[in-house]
Ligand binder design. Structure first.
Ligand SMILES: [Zn+2]
Length: 304
């Protein structure tokens, strides 16, 4: 199941607690439906939970019966209202005049309360929304072929302090968000808390993963650098010993050289602690440079 379908299924589990919100949600569905005219209402959806939600929602909101059909090809449900008396009830409840046939504009009187506005946007998302999953690039969009309606919904959203962006795709108008904050806010507002939480978790996990990768890479680079340095020291010492023996080095450096040769992978800090008496790491680093310089000149190498 896609993340959009999961989100719609989650929204369809929200109980409709108030009559005002039932009407607001149905209004959002109608405005973004396939057809909303004075002769026919037609809602098309591939979401089974939504198809099952519509009949009780319309009964509650308008006292109108909508028949739940069998799903057609590809699991698509087509729900229709064509009976004139039912259409008249819906139009009058939403404050529309059947004579003027103008349906695709926003009657804000229906959605004055905050609770109703959230339900209205839920209806729009159910009818015309898609959202990309947490594993994909952040994107939530609502589409309609009615440009004036798109602008009116945009201005409602701005009043609600949501800030979608508006665009055209061929003859379709869209409202969309590409920022995870905007998508999470919208999903939370319309009641898809679980979907919003999944997006937030995915974002946090990604940040943590990136931080760990950066640290691991950095530590690995340091280890490689240190072991390359140790390998060079050891190679220079061995060449000097081969050529001139231990006399090449002053007595006070012999213990350090022996420790280095015995344990090629030990860090400078580890070697420094093993010396008797122990010395500081910078002290040992200085001593190692001296050893390498002596070793190189003994092996008739130019110091680097
Ligand atoms: Zn309400």
């Amino acid at each position: 199941m896609s993340f959009s379908s999961e989100t719609k299924a989650e929204l369809c589990r929200i109980p409709v607690s108030r009559d005002c919100c039932a009407m607001a949600e149905a209004y959002g569905l109608l405005l973004f439906a396939h057809t909303f005219s004075h002769t026919e209402i037609c809602m098309v959806t591939g979401s089974a939970p939504l198809a099952h939600r519509i009949p009780p929602l319309f009964a509650r909101a308008f006292g109108v019966t909508v028949r739940l059909p069998e799903p057609g090809a590809g699991g698509r449900y087509v729900l229709k209202v064509t009976e004139p008396a039912a259409l008249a009830r819906i139009f009058s409840a939403l404050g529309y005049d059947l004579k003027y046939h103008l349906t695709y504009h926003l009657n804000r009187n229906v959605i004055e309360e905050d609770c109703c506005r959230a339900a209205f946007l839920r209806g729009i998302f159910l009818a015309a929304g898609t959202v990309a999953g947490p594993d994909k690039k952040t994107h939530l969009e609502l589409t309609t072929s009615h440009h004036a309606l798109c602008r009116e919904v945009m201005s409602l959203m701005l009043d609600m302090e949501l800030s979608p962006r508006q665009a055209m795709r061929k003859s379709t108008s869209l409202l969309y968000w590409k920022d995870s904050g905007g998508v999470e806010d919208f999903l939370t507002l319309i009641g898809a808390q679980h979907a919003a939480l999944e997006m937030m978790q995915a974002k946090v996990e990604k940040q943590v993963r990136n931080r760990i990768n950066r640290r691991v890479n950095c530590e690995a680079a340091n280890v490689i650098k240190a072991s390359n340095a140790a390998a060079e020291q050891i190679a220079a010492i061995r060449r000097a010993l081969d050529r001139g023996g231990w006399e090449v080095f002053p007595d006070n450096l012999h213990e350090t050289i022996r420790l280095r040769l015995e344990d090629p992978t030990a860090s400078l800090a580890e070697l420094a602690a093993r010396l008797d008496p122990p010395i500081s790491k910078p002290g040992l680093s200085h001593r190692m440079r001296r050893i390498v310089t002596i070793a190189r000149s003994a092996a008739e190498e130019e110091p680097k």
